[in-house]
Design a protein around this ligand. Structure first.
Ligand SMILES: *Cc1c(COP(=O)(O)O)cnc(C)c1O
Length: 381
């Protein structure tokens, strides 16, 4: 059997281990410490945000963002439907109600038109949304300017879920820094990883201070344990923040490599009938976290799922695009606005192996196999 090719696996640089050893030597194992402080500074420097809190996950960051914006039971929160469930689950942690908004074709992210329709419809029902969770999927920034204009017009704060888009920009400004709060993830398959982790960012110092307080069990300033609010255990450990410091040093290289993967796939595969790629929308710079293709079965004579299964037989991992939230059993009864573009993306899409540690031989193997699946399928007809 050929060696496994993963969709997106961790890729360590040279200094991660050095930082971990430093934590061990100084016994800064538990819980916070200098790596956490420095990792937060590194995130601020790279993204241009003023404040960052390193947390245990991106999901925790979204949850805290909702709490900081005062989202409570029965409140409504707008969320992109085309995303991973972690964008929406924290809405339910708060007992609030997600209102899902579909995608537009240029970036596959939240449609500004559907967003405005959702807001005006909910306001007519007397339920003005408390927040908007805007996702930048697969590293491609959404139509941020249009979305922010609508958010300002109706005075609704935006939480940017930039879990997949660290380092991607819109008009030269980093995703995650446009909304009132931004979220990054350092989960194992993201563009950089701390094995598990996340960050909440904002230009508002009070909000991030409050996030750190809530993330460390909401201890009031007193020598004994005194609590007047519900707290969480959501902070990042100093050992993992050491990995994060090493990873921040190589983030720009990782983006370069992932963009090169995309360019190679596009050169090799876009000439094939029925295969299309998501282009970089004007004024945006994608980190190309994952390279995704759409396969139109009528033109290609093969489906995305047939390609996925064919690759799996060759020990190559690929994956369907995210299944929209409004089609998920846990979310299907919540309000939804849009034209079901996300359903088509789910049905026709495939994420190709996109790790920054793939070798030229690996990439060639993926491309060769997709091409031969094509030929075999078309011969049979
Ligand atoms: C990964 C991811 C998250 C969650 O991040 P974790 O660190 O895994 O909790 C949230 N939203 C999106 C879009 C993601 O891809």
């Amino acid at each position: 059997m050929n060696e496994k090719i993963w969709l997106s696996s961790p890729h360590m640089g040279t200094n991660e281990l050095k930082y971990i050893e430093e934590a061990f030597k100084t016994n800064w194992i538990a819980p916070l410490g200098p790596h956490v402080d420095n990792f937060e500074k590194d995130i601020c420097t790279y993204t241009g945000t003023k404040q960052a809190a390193a947390l245990s996950s991106g999901t925790a960051a979204i949850h805290l963002a909702l709490i900081l914006l005062g989202v409570q039971s029965e409140d409504e929160v707008i969320c992109s439907t085309f995303t991973f469930s972690a964008s929406a689950n924290p809405i339910l942690y708060q007992g609030a109600i997600p209102v899902f908004v579909d995608s537009e074709p240029d970036t596959w992210n939240m449609s500004p038109d559907a967003l405005e329709l959702a807001i005006t419809s909910r306001i007519k029902l007397g339920k003005k949304p408390k927040a908007i969770i805007l996702v930048h999927l697969y590293g491609q920034p959404a139509k941020i300017r249009e979305i922010m204009e609508i958010a300002v017009k109706y005075d609704i704060p935006v939480i940017e879920d930039a879990a997949e888009s660290l380092g991607a920009t819109y008009d030269g400004k980093m995703t995650g820094t446009f909304g009132k709060l931004g979220v990054y993830s350092f989960n194992g398959n993201k563009i950089i990883t701390t094995s598990g982790g996340g960050a909440l960012v904002s230009d508002n110092e009070e909000l991030i201070k409050k996030a750190r307080f809530l993330a460390t069990q909401a201890r009031d300033p007193a020598p004994h344990y005194q609590h007047s609010q519900i707290g969480f255990n959501y902070r990042m450990s100093n050992v993992l923040a050491g990995i994060g410091r090493g990873q921040m040093e190589v983030l720009s290289d990782r983006i370069k490599q992932r963009r090169a993967n995309y360019d190679l796939y596009k050169n090799e595969l876009s000439t094939m009938d029925g295969i299309t790629f998501l282009s970089e929308f004007r004024n945006t710079f994608s980190n190309r976290w994952l390279t995704c293709i759409l396969v139109d079965p009528k033109k290609a004579n093969i489906t995305a799922e047939e390609i996925r299964i064919g690759l799996e037989k060759e020990n190559i991992e690929s994956r369907p695009l995210w299944k929209p939230m409004h089609l998920q059993p846990i979310f299907e009864n919540f309000p939804y606005y849009g034209d079901n573009l996300s359903t088509k993306l789910f049905e026709q899409g495939l994420c190709l192996p996109s790790g920054s540690n793939l070798t030229p031989t690996d990439l060639e193997r993926v491309i060769k196999n997709i091409k031969s699946l094509y030929v075999i399928k078309n011969k049979k007809l």
